[in-house]
Ligand binder design. Structure first.
Ligand code: WT7
Length: 648
């Protein structure tokens, strides 16, 4: 945890905008309230907080099928290792697919997918169920058993969802690595999860070009040779090297008799692992956040239902990637649990033209669109004419996630896309929280740039370092005071780090520390300020300074490196790197370019620093910790604040 430094506000411009937006209130239209799934949500929210176990207990019965009922809602006997729905037996694939096959939903569209080149594929619940069963049988035939991990590294194709659901169906644990990551990021995640099976693609389409995922996968497997089998889904049909006895084509396996379309879902305990998802923390080592089978389902199904108000005739578009928690929770699992129709688009929002997204909304009659501030800002810069060429009247709700949305982008989204009719759900949450935590529902009056209020049953607050509550409008630490069902259960293979990372700053009170700073205004509305730790949000992607720094120092010319996040109009933040070079090496533009390329191949394009500065020394504390705060103040031209711990 770092200290709150009033001198270095992460984004002074946003600060001014927020002050104006605090008094700007958008009350929901009467018809939005009367049509809402939960018109009396605000009252329910009050009673839920008074007894969170009663609230989640009721949701667990309402939303989820259990093979065997749970005996206890919450077991807090080994804090902070909470257990939810103790003794309950379930399987997420059962709730997402099996149960719908026995109802009229069998023939409902589960998934509509459009490729970047315009190709279209659709899956009814029945077809998706069959495909998942077939791939589940393929995995079994490769020797995957309950409790084994399967690493999945693919582009944005339906088969990624199928691979996840199939893994969950047989009780194995998936670890999806975002398709934009590169060799070392993938290798270290495979290694940490000890996956014997890797599912990947030959390539992925991006902006009319192909990215050779299989080459990257090959290099990662060379670095982490635990992998014994690689299953390759053919997407781009580019030439790839297939290693005899290790690599198999997806379509060939799916054509074998073993790939039967019947497969019984494994009976899982509520607390059995469901998936690992790696995210950035304060050290370079990948941090595998673990989610489990029971509570996670309850949390994501409840939040999607209440916040996005899903109805049977909706067409839901969560425009994220399945490789992030947003995709896991709100593309793959919760829409299927609720029996909804989801839309997915493979490519880039402005390809081939800046109207691509808006044309998709019109073409598919999207009713709810959920995306990130960086995407909104990116499309906003092309001007509103691109959106105005399309009929967006099917939309009824909008959403945003990933970083604070600046009020200006919020207003544009509200006016140009939502035509001032569609409430915007600004959902604050994290990989670790599993699902939404601070968010409005359609009946909550909105303020542009505020995630509004903690969700029902979520006990969030803004406090001082000593745990006392902050006054209205005072910046403080965002904490969660009581457990919630979708919470991460541990860090894979490292329970101590889990305790250290999330539960040690407010250990005395037993609270979870989010890593974010925030403030509550006079109406109790939450305003997220940003990360307080060494995590940088670039275009909504979460990166650890340590990850980027260790990629930089793995280059032969770099002795030491420090990275900071600097506010950026489009991407929220960009990375600036400071490098000390090895003796005898001189900094140059070409070396800076080579270092950027190195970071690109090690971690991926999202981690590439916007700027690399060559320096002779870095500011450090006497104990040797780099004081990134000082570097940041210097770049932003702000006062450097307290330097009493500076060594030199
Ligand atoms: C961090 C978590 C949860 C899905 C995507 C991000 C920031 C997230 C918001 C929001 C302001 C937000 C926080 C948080 N964040 N949503 N609506 N308003 N900030 O998951 O990659 O684990 O990142 O994203 O800083 O701690 P993640």
């Amino acid at each position: 945890m770092s200290e709150l430094d009033p001198n270095v506000h992460p984004d002074a411009k946003r600060e001014v905008e927020i002050l104006a937006a605090e008094s700007e209130l958008y009350a929901p239209a009467a018809e939005v309230v009367s049509n809402a799934y939960l018109p009396d949500y605000l009252a329910l929210r009050q009673s839920a907080l008074a007894d969170i176990t009663a609230f989640w207990d009721a949701r667990a019965t309402e939303m989820i099928d259990w093979y065997e009922p749970y005996a206890q809602v919450l077991d807090d006997s080994s804090k902070p290792f909470y257990k939810w729905f103790v003794g309950g037996k379930t399987n997420i694939a059962h709730n997402a697919l099996d149960r719908h096959i026995k109802t009229w939903r069998k023939n409902k569209l589960a998934l509509i997918w459009e490729a970047e080149d315009g190709e279209q594929r659709t899956f009814s619940y029945f077809r998706l169920w069959q495909e998942v069963n077939r791939f589940a049988n393929v995995l079994k035939s490769m020797g995957v058993k309950k409790g084994d991990t399967v690493t999945i590294y693919m582009g944005r194709v339906p088969e990624l969802s199928i691979a996840m659901l199939a893994t969950a169906k047989i009780g194995a644990i998936h670890s999806v690595v975002y398709g934009g990551f590169s060799e070392q990021a993938l290798a270290s995640r495979i290694e940490d999860a000890q996956s014997k099976v890797l599912v990947t693609c030959d390539g992925a389409w991006l902006r009319g070009k192909t990215i050779n995922l299989k080459d990257i996968a090959d290099e990662a497997v060379r670095r982490s040779p635990v992998v014994q089998s690689v299953i390759v889904y053919q997407r781009t049909k580019q030439t790839v090297r297939m290693e005899q006895g290790r690599d198999y084509w997806w379509h060939e396996l799916m054509a074998l008799p073993i790939a039967s379309s019947k497969c019984t879902s494994e009976v899982m305990d509520a607390e059995d692992p469901l998936f690992i998802l790696y995210t950035s923390g304060t050290t370079g080592r990948p941090k595998g956040v673990l989610h489990t089978c029971g509570g996670y389902q309850v949390h994501i199904a409840t939040t999607l239902q209440y916040v996005f108000d899903l109805k049977d005739d909706d067409r839901w578009w969560c425009a994220a990637d399945q490789g992030w928690i947003t995709g896991h929770s709100y593309i793959v699992y919760s829409p299927l649990i609720l029996g909804a129709t989801s839309f997915m688009y493979e490519g880039s929002p402005d390809f081939p033209y800046p109207n691509r997204w808006w044309s998709l909304v019109e073409k598919y009659g999207i009713t709810i669109l959920y995306t990130a501030p960086t995407a909104i800002r990116g499309l906003m810069r092309y001007g509103e004419a691109w959106a105005n060429r399309h009929d967006l009247s099917s939309l009824r709700l909008l959403g945003t996630v990933g970083e604070p949305i600046n009020p200006e982008a919020w207003r544009w989204y509200h006016r140009v896309i939502g035509k001032e009719r569609c409430p915007i759900m600004d959902t604050w949450w994290q990989t670790e929280t599993g699902g939404f935590m601070i968010t409005p529902t359609p009946v909550v009056p909105l303020k542009p740039g505020s995630a509004t209020l903690p969700f029902a049953g979520i006990d969030a607050d803004v406090v001082r370092e000593d745990g006392t509550p902050c006054d209205a409008n005072e910046d403080g630490y965002l904490v969660i005071r009581q457990p919630w069902p979708g919470m991460a259960r541990t860090i894979w293979g490292d329970p101590e780090r889990y305790v250290q990372q999330y539960w040690s700053d407010f250990a005395k009170q037993g609270w979870y520390f989010t890593g974010d700073s925030a403030r509550k205004d006079q109406d109790g509305y939450f305003w997220i300020i940003g990360r307080m730790d060494d995590v940088i949000k670039v275009s909504g992607y979460r990166l650890g300074t340590a990850e980027v720094e260790s990629a930089l120092v793995s280059h032969k010319d770099v002795a030491e490196a420090a990275c900071i996040g600097v506010p950026d109009e489009l991407r929220g933040n960009v990375i600036h790197a400071f490098c000390i070079l090895n003796n005898g090496v001189n900094g140059s533009d070409s070396l800076a370019d080579a270092l950027k390329q190195h970071v690109r191949t090690e971690i991926g394009p999202i981690a590439v620093p916007a700027k690399i500065n060559f320096v002779d020394s870095l500011p450090k504390t006497r104990s040797g910790k780099i004081m990134r705060r000082l570097l940041k103040a210097q770049v932003l031209g702000q006062p450097i604040g307290d330097t009493s711990t500076l060594a030199d």
